[in-house]
Design a protein around this ligand. Sequence first.
Ligand code: ARG
Length: 456
Amino acid sequence: MWGGRFSGTLDDHMRRFNDSFPVDRRMWAEDIAGSIAWAGGLARAGILTAVERDELIAGLAAVRAEFAAGAFAPVVSDEDIHTAVERRLGELIGPLAGKLHTGRSRNDQVATDTRLWTLGALAQVDAALADVQRALLEQAEAVGEALIPGYTHLQRAQPVLLAHTLLAHFWPLQRDRQRLRDAGGRVGVLPLGSGALAGTAFAVDRPALAAELGFSSISQNSIDATSDRDYIVEVLAATALVGVHLSRLAEDWIIWSSTEWGFVQLDDAFSTGSSLMPQKKNPDSLELARGKSARLIGNLVTAVTLLKGLPSAYDKDLQEDKSPLFDAVDTLLLTLPVVAGAIRTARFNTSRMLAALDDAMLATDLADELVRRGVPFREAHHVSGRLVRAAEATNVRLRDLPAASFAQAHAALSDDVAALFDFTRSAASRAVPGGTAPSAVREQLTQAKHEVGGMQ
Ligand code: ARG
């Protein structure tokens, strides 16, 4: 493809080092779509006759059919997907194939292909994320008003609705989808027509190319356009965060699934056993989801490091952009359906959750009640804390402390406080929008359903 200037042949190690075909061959559909559009653009610019254009397009369609059938046979000189397609096109239609690359460079070609590929990938990732969200919604609906200990610092904090904790993992994924969609707006900018760096010397109608290929706008600077990989960093930042979110969800559920907690049981379909210990049922689906976040973060670091300090315009370093991008998308498309399935098929042990609630988790309710009875919160906090300590010291539940202890702790507690020791009431009192009261959680569910349905 570029042999004119060269007299020697490439060192064999160098050739393999330089080849990107094994990685970028998967962009065959995008590469051929871009070439078909380019042939049309050259014809409109008067560079190709209508007959030449049609012959090129028919030849490209034939190459496409070979890829689609898994019948494309690469040869050693296929350096990347672009040269491979053009080489095969030449074999099929002869020297006319040599006109296709007029006014084009692999620099604007690869940028176009990768953006096109990314647009398709974003739609798939969005659908897979939405399915994890739906699995959370289904379970949140199914568990009704079941209560669970809410934790901070992994210490029992306050009773909350199980549905509320499930939906706590819905919203981060919603933000992830928004981030990916937002990045998508910057992916859909057409670089084609930028040539190697200076723009093509033929009067191609770039907006028409953009429209034909499904881009929403065209790039404004050919030097920038051929080396801009910001969108890859943006997508990888968003997918790294998806990984972080999945790892946190996984961690919650892995803890819940331990014998000590016993809050959730994963279905056999999403667990594996131990080769040594017959009793083991391990939450491997979620452990792997947690583990995969490492490579999602690593991919972001690879991409952003690749760009630092690069001189303007295309440099071959940029060929290294695709592995992390492809890996992130592959990883998510592998991970997300597993996470969705593990969530959907899990069974909750709500009686274990209920049994794990203890009166100390109502200490805030006690303090709040004192506030309602006119005591400043700081003082109320202190009073409630002392009562918790007293209960702990005598090894009784807070509600079982003698009435005298309450009255002694504060005059405002001489009245009956028994009604306070009710986990359901505690949760129901947190009825602000976004709170854990059943009414607020119902509202949250409605909103979540609306959002998961509304995006796409
Ligand atoms: N395989 C290359 C890549 O992925 C295509 C662009 C090569 N351009 C060049 N001038 N060598 O980046």
